[in-house]
Design a protein around this ligand. Structure first.
Ligand SMILES: Cc1cc2nc3c(=O)[nH]c(=O)nc-3n(C[C@H](O)[C@H](O)[C@H](O)COP(=O)(O)OP(=O)(O)OC[C@H]3O[C@@H](n4cnc5c(N)ncnc54)[C@H](O)[C@@H]3O)c2cc1C
Length: 371
């Protein structure tokens, strides 16, 4: 069994390794047409429709430290559409702030992916951790997430500061590395190719100046799938290797690890800062997601509603698709996930039948065109 010292040494190596930047890769080569199992899209294969609210801030997530009465409060919230992808990375930033003066008994507010990953890294730093939360898995937004490793819809370029962008790049790199260590170990994480599909040839989803700015070199085996080589018949596309994270498996595994390491959990809702300040722990990490808007008065934080349709599982489908026209498909163990929607400022948790219809029709057209 590994000692705590060995675990901490491992964590240090991992963190140090993330500082290294990779050299730019050559332009992607074409990928000869692959034979892929089509997704079978029909109304009678639908097993559920779900909605989640992405906790979005146009200027990006918040990881910073402040005083709360005689205590210290470290924020770690507002990850938008990339909270699973960024989780280990922002947890690491928050953990570094929370343990600057040693590992004090720590309260983590929230039991979604941000809270659980922070709780685990704090434990590995030697902190005694109690999670206080209104909801637990499977009833968090983090359970609704699709699970593609791709930190997008996290900030608006015009609103980001240099300091935030550095945090984003550091968090993305650390997180991507950390998830790789979890593959094949019961955490629901696996390498899976994703096809980015475009209505015209030559467009890049993985480019150093697009949505993956600062992290595009993380994506491996990037290949063009334009024209006749495209198995879906869309004029443009790229195929890339990335990770698929199954949220139900991953969050359960984190909870199991948390309890095995002596963590405590109390179900309760906080209504204001005063209730938070009254906690017995001197160190508090705020991972309340969208809940931080009301609890800490962050008016920039807003929901982006996302709706998903699940079909019966198809184990033979071993690739993901993103696009064209805003649809996506991830082949999860708990069903074939079809997305999606991005409705800014929308608080409703009710599925919209018209959106489900659109997702199903567009998906049926895409997978029906596969030869
Ligand atoms: C449809 C959809 C698809 C997505 N797909 C992806 C994807 O493919 N990849 C990806 O990386 N991300 C994806 N995301 C984004 C991801 O789900 C979020 O960024 C992430 O779940 C946020 O995690 P969190 O822990 O901050 O919030 P949450 O999971 O919402 O957890 C917040 C926790 O705080 C607790 N809490 C809140 N307020 C209070 C309070 N007042 N008192 C006590 N407890 C409180 C809650 O009960 C909960 O336990 C998707 C999101 C949606 C909706």
């Amino acid at each position: 069994m590994r000692t705590r010292r060995a675990l901490l040494a491992g964590l240090g190596t991992l963190m140090g390794g993330c500082a290294a930047r990779q050299t730019p890769l050559p332009p992607p080569a074409a990928l000869p047409r692959e034979r892929l199992a089509p997704v079978r899209v029909s109304r009678d294969r639908v097993i559920r429709e779900v909605v989640g609210l992405r906790p979005y801030r146009p200027s990006g997530f918040v990881v910073r430290k402040e005083a709360l009465g005689g205590k210290t409060l470290v924020h770690n919230y507002g990850h938008g559409g990339g909270g699973i992808s960024l989780s280990w990375g922002t947890a690491r930033l928050a953990t570094a702030l929370a343990t600057e003066e040693g590992a004090a008994p720590t309260a983590v507010l929230g039991c979604g992916v941000a809270g659980l990953t922070a709780a685990r890294l704090l434990q590995l730093r030697g902190a005694r951790v109690t999670i206080y939360t209104k909801d637990t898995p499977p009833d968090t937004t983090s359970n609704i997430a699709g699970g593609l490793w791709s930190p997008v819809t996290v900030y608006e370029k015009a609103r980001r500061t240099d300091a935030f962008f550095q945090q984003f790049v550091d968090a993305s790199r650390f997180s991507f590395r950390y998830f790789q260590y979890l593959t094949g170990r019961g955490y629901g994480v696996r390498w899976t190719p994703v096809y980015y599909l475009h209505p015209e040839p030559g467009r890049d989803s993985i480019s150093p100046t697009g949505a993956m700015e600062g992290i595009s070199d993380l994506f491996r085996d990037v290949r063009r799938v334009d024209g006749p080589d495209n198995p879906f018949g869309t004029p443009g596309g790229q195929r890339v290797m990335t990770l698929l994270i199954e949220p139900y498996t991953f969050l359960d595994a984190l909870l199991r690890d948390f309890f095995a390491a002596g963590g405590k959990l109390e179900v309760r809702e906080f209504r204001d800062r005063g209730e938070v300040e009254a906690l017995p722990e001197p160190m508090i990490v705020n991972s309340t997601g969208l809940g931080a808007r009301a609890l800490f008065g962050d008016e920039e934080l807003m929901p982006i509603k996302g709706q998903l349709v699940f079909l019966l599982p198809q184990p033979e489908v071993d690739y993901m698709t993103v696009g064209p026209s805003g649809i996506y498909m991830f082949p999860r163990k708990d069903g074939i996930l079809l997305g999606g929607t991005h409705e800014r400022g929308e608080w409703s948790l009710d599925p919209d039948p018209a959106q489900s219809e659109r997702i199903l029709n567009d998906s049926a057209r895409l997978f029906g065109a596969m030869a």
